[in-house]
Every structure is written in C-alpha cells, then in structure tokens.
Write a protein that binds this ligand. Structure first.
Ligand SMILES: NC(=O)c1ccc[n+]([C@@H]2O[C@H](COP(=O)([O-])OP(=O)(O)OC[C@H]3O[C@@H](n4cnc5c(N)ncnc54)[C@H](OP(=O)(O)O)[C@@H]3O)[C@@H](O)[C@H]2O)c1
Length: 313
C-alpha cells in the first residue's frame, strides 16, 4: 500500500503525514529550516509556544513563498499555560506570533475561501502535556486544568480560530477522561513513537476511538540514527536510517515529525523522497524493513528518549 500523503482528521481536515519538527530550533536557524522544508515539499510544521519559535515559523513560511493557506501549522498550549485564563492568553499569543490573527472581515477563514493575503487560523492546537507545570504529578489540579484548557480550545475552535484541536502526551486514562466531557473530539494525540517505543496499546486505543496519532521524536532525538540495529535494517533495504524510521512510523499509521535544521537532512526526508524510497524498496523489501524495525520493540524493554507522562494523575 503506498503511503498516504495526508491523514484525515475528525472534522474533515487533511493533515500532511510528514511534518517538520522544530523543538530546540531557534531564531534564524528555525526560520531557515522552515523555509527549507517548504521548498523541499513539506506542507506541515510543528511548533509550540514553549519552543519560543512561533514567530520564526511564521517568518520561515513567509520567506518560502509558499502561501500560508497551503501550510498545515500545529502549535501547543504549554504546561505553564493550563487553566481557563492562562490558556486564553496563550491561544491569543500563539495566534499573534504565528501571524494568524483573524482578519477584520471576521471571516472564519475556511481553507477553500482563504486568499494568500487573508490571515489564516492555526490548523491544529494541542494541549501539550496532561499536567500543569510546578504542580505535583498526583495532584487533582492536573485533571481540573486539563478540562478548563480543553474548554478554551473548544471555544477557539468554535470561533474558527483553530481548525482542529487535540492533545499531546496523553495516556489512555487521560484520553478516557477527555472523551467523557469533550464537546469537540480530539483530532490527534501527539506522542513519542519509534521502533524502540512503539506504544502499541495506546495506538490501538486511539485507532478504536478514531483519534489519529502523530509520532514525535521519530529519530529518538537523533540517537536512533546511530542505533546499529536501525542502521543494519536501513542498509539491507538500501535506504537511509532516517528514511527507514519514518517509513516505519508512517506504515504503522502515524503522521511523523522529523526535526532538523540542516537543509540536506530535511531534503532527505521530504515527502517525495520518502515516497521514492518506498517505491524503490518494492513490496517485499518494504515488508522486510518494517518487520526488522517491528522486532526492535520486542527485543528488550521499551526505550523512551523524551519526557514521560505516565505519572500524571
Ligand atoms: N509534543 C511533545 O511533547 C513533543 C516532544 C518532543 C518532540 N516533539 C515534536 O517532534 C519533533 C521531533 O522530535 P525531536 O526533535 O525530539 O527529535 P527527532 O526528530 O527524533 O531527532 C532530531 C535530532 O536528530 C538530528 N537529525 C535529524 N536528521 C538527521 C540526520 N539525517 N542525521 C543525523 N542527525 C539528524 C537533529 O539534528 P539537526 O537539527 O542538527 O539536524 C536533531 O538533533 C520535535 O522537533 C517537535 O516538533 C513534540
């Protein structure tokens, strides 16, 4: 089965399946990476208020010459911005930083009707983390703030300022709780996923409940690119380790968010390059590659490279 270019989100949006990550990308380097990615064919950029690069993302989009309405932009409300008032301020700040403020005409900015000159809403806004910063992990304040924050996202969604809303780092029990009160269903759950941290149970729950999954840290923060087992599987398939890891994530049903600030690395994993790598592999070669990477999740205990939400009440 050839890779889908986009993943349908609940509510009707199509999310490009490969997005550029921007965690730790700062200043001119961040803007340059975004412009390089769009020039290479990416149409999805992942940022967050806590990355402190939303204005650079906007600058990179402008510099690329790709019309804003052709780019799918995700941002996130940080753990420091949870709760009713703080989340409203955070959402307004993200809209301003991404230069997405509503036009004076009050248009809700439907994609079909937007022009290149018209400011666009944020395509996807996420609750970044299930907990509140500087709050004990077992505190009931976390659950209360999650609900308040979700209500804020729902209100921005209803006003047309966010095309879709979702969550990140939510475990099954956080999702169960969210689904018990959500008036707008979460459009995605963005979580760490790669062959050494496959999250099969969480992926199955999300599939069952119609919540598309987005895989962050697909290179394990870079470590997996030097993992001998990944390198061996990639070499046997005749693709690069970066391409192998992203093909695995995409074929396991997730959107993927590779991060780099280097244009040659970005170009290597652009959607067309991944599609070409997949086509060159053929069906049997692809099946062997996916099986070799699947097996890494069974060899030993899962290896997590990013933060762990499992303790958040
Ligand atoms: N929601 C969340 O809580 C959360 C958490 C983590 C990440 N994310 C999102 O997911 C994105 C990706 O995750 P990540 O940034 O943790 O890590 P990643 O994409 O797994 O790895 C990025 C690292 O790999 C390096 N790299 C990229 N391509 C390479 C190549 N071909 N050869 C060698 N090194 C290479 C990058 O360095 P260079 O930049 O120098 O190339 C960077 O150090 C983030 O940027 C962010 O947008 C979200």
């Amino acid at each position: 089965m050839p890779l889908p270019a986009t993943i349908p989100l609940p509510g009707g949006l199509a999310m490009p399946a490969v997005g550029l990550g921007t965690f730790k990308s700062r200043g001119q380097e961040a803007a340059g990476a975004v412009a390089a990615a769009l020039t290479a064919g990416f149409r999805h950029i992942d940022t967050a208020s806590i990355y402190k690069n939303e204005s650079e993302v906007a600058a990179g989009i402008a510099a690329s010459g790709v019309p804003r309405h052709e780019v799918f932009v995700t941002s996130k409300v940080s753990p420091y911005q949870m709760g009713s008032e703080a989340a409203i301020a955070a959402c307004e700040a993200s809209l301003a930083a991404l230069q997405c403020t509503q036009s004076s005409s009050g248009s809700s900015g439907s994609r079909a009707g937007s022009s290149t000159a018209a400011p666009a809403p944020i395509d996807l806004m996420l609750v970044h983390w299930p907990g509140v910063a500087k709050t004990p992990a077992d505190s009931p304040a976390n659950a209360a703030a999650r609900q308040q924050t979700w209500r804020v996202l729902e209100s921005f969604h209803r006003r047309g300022l966010f095309r879709a809303i979702g969550v990140s780092n939510f475990e099954v029990r956080h999702l169960e709780e969210l689904l018990s009160y959500a008036e707008v269903a979460p459009a995605t759950n963005q979580v760490e996923i790669h062959p050494r941290y496959q999250q099969r149970q969480l992926r199955a729950y999300c599939a069952e409940h119609g919540i598309p999954v987005v895989a962050y840290s697909p290179f394990g923060g870079g470590v997996l690119l030097d993992d001998p087992a990944v390198a061996a599987a990639a070499a046997a398939a005749g693709v690069s380790p970066a391409q192998a890891l992203l093909l695995w994530g995409l074929h396991r049903g997730a959107a993927v968010l590779p991060k780099s600030v280097r244009s040659e690395r970005i170009a290597e994993v652009a959607p067309a390059e991944l599609a070409a790598a997949e086509a060159a592999l053929g069906e049997a070669g692809l099946a062997r590659l996916l099986a070799a990477l699947d097996a890494l999740g069974e060899e030993e205990a899962p290896v997590k490279y990013c933060w762990d939400p499992s303790g958040i009440a």
